[in-house]
Design a protein around this ligand. Structure first.
Ligand code: FAD
Length: 164
């Protein structure tokens, strides 16, 4: 779910200020932005006293984690075989299912698992998998109010580089 959003169905999982909590009842680092996470700690100094005072050296927040994860996923699509074997196809489907299960932002993971259940992973070719992933990413973009990416360009963005 969108970090910072308020919901009516799962109030126990959110701090009054809209911060997503972990299963332990404490603010969940990979589910929130660095700013939202630290707003729930006594002070920024207290939150970062054993590490650097800059976000760069801290455990990943929802945005850093997301950006890195999409980079990994689209880069996997970029090297996925153009004509995958039955075993490649079954492996990538299992990988995506397990990725969604273990994704560190639990609220993102729940929505992503639901998406995979609704829209089965399509991976009978590189192009099909690249487009499936692009659509999945766009679903999250829409939820977060970000621009929708033109999926006809996924390969230029993640494999070949932009055409001049
Ligand atoms: P990102 O969305 O991280 O994208 C990185 C780059 O990918 C962009 O700069 C662009 O060049 C390219 N790109 C953008 N869209 C596409 C596309 N459709 N296809 C191909 N390339 C594209 N955050 C939340 O707050 N709540 C959530 O519920 C949530 N769920 C997530 C679920 C998953 C599985 C993942 C991996 C991330 C999730 N995130 C969630 C994180 C969120 O999607 C972003 O990664 C984060 O907000 C940082 O966004 P960004 O603007 O840097 O670009």
């Amino acid at each position: 779910s969108e970090a910072g959003a308020t919901t009516t169905d799962a109030p126990a999982k959110k701090h009054p200020k809209g911060v997503i909590l972990g299963k332990d009842g404490k603010p969940c680092r990979p589910c929130n932005s660095f700013a939202a996470f630290t707003s729930q700690t006594k002070s920024l100094k207290a939150a970062t006293k054993t590490v650097s005072a800059t976000p760069g050296d801290c455990p990943a927040d929802v945005e850093t984690l997301g950006r890195s994860s999409w980079t990994l996923l689209h880069s996997i699509a970029a090297i996925y075989p153009t004509t995958p074997t039955a075993s490649d196809q079954s492996d990538i489907k299992s990988f995506m299912k397990l990725f969604a299960k273990f994704y560190p932002c639990w609220s993102c993971a729940e929505d992503f698992q639901e998406y995979i259940q609704k829209k089965d992973v399509r991976a009978s070719s590189r192009d099909e998998f690249g487009n499936w992933l692009c659509d999945a990413h766009n679903e999250v973009n829409k939820k977060l109010g970000k621009p929708v990416f033109d999926c006809s360009k996924w390969e230029e963005r993640w494999r070949t580089g932009w055409k001049d």
